[in-house]
Design a binder for this molecule. Sequence first.
Ligand SMILES: [Zn+2]
Ligand SMILES: [Zn+2]
Length: 295
Amino acid sequence: MRRRAWLLRVGGAAVIATSLVFDASPLALLAVLFVLVVPFERLFPRHQQPFRRQRLLQDVGYALAQPAFAAVGVFVGAIIGALSLFWLPGLATRPIVESLSPFTQTIVAFVIFDFLIYWAHRWSHEIPLLWRFHALHHSIERMDWVSAFRNHPIDGIILAPPVAFLIGAGVPLETTGALAVLQALVGIFLHANVRWRLRPLQRLIITPEFHHWHHANDTEAINSNYSVFLPLWDIIFGTWFMPEDRRPERYGIDEYVPPTMVGQLAHPFRGLRSCRLSRSGGRRRRDEPSRSANA
Ligand SMILES: [Zn+2]
Ligand SMILES: [Zn+2]
């Protein structure tokens, strides 16, 4: 058993080292984010927690492995994007999109991207097959900027159909790529351990408080606040959850998540054949029957 755990750790170190050999930019990204975000987390902490919290090194490992994960994500995403056929309705809207000025085109692309991402994120909670990969991100128990990197590479493919749609619609690849990068960067700040509620803005743009509720292991908060840029979609589709009288206190999920990175990456594939592509599972409230009870 001890030998297996050791082998899994060596495997994780090999993934990170290989990724860094091909692209060392995450080191610079981590340094920049450290300088930008840590002072705010120390000056305005939402939760009193040590900087060297549990699983910090593992989350740093996830950050360093991003180039390798991105390569896997882009490869699988290209296949999923093509098979999703989302580019077909994109093609249908291309004459309208191409008639717009570049500025209007960017605004329209932003709104469409955000709307589609809302549903992609929501489905990754509601569809058991997708939740398998998204659950790793929700295993975060201490919210801070580094925790944002804890993602399964296949989890990112929820972006593929929206991107396929935008490409089909004739939106320049640079705009689509910039939106995807912006989404990832905004996501890092949303996880930060800062206590700002930003109440005047909370219905206009998403805030750390909004995303902290998304991660809360709280019966009422589960399956809420899916938006990435505009909370508008949660307000329209009834998943907005921002109580004024309390704040999120406890994060994480009650499901088992392996302790090592390699174990976590392999975990969603276990028993995959018996996993159905239905919307009746995914992350459940604690008062709902569990998937295993249903199976
Ligand atoms: Zn989520
Ligand atoms: Zn998150």
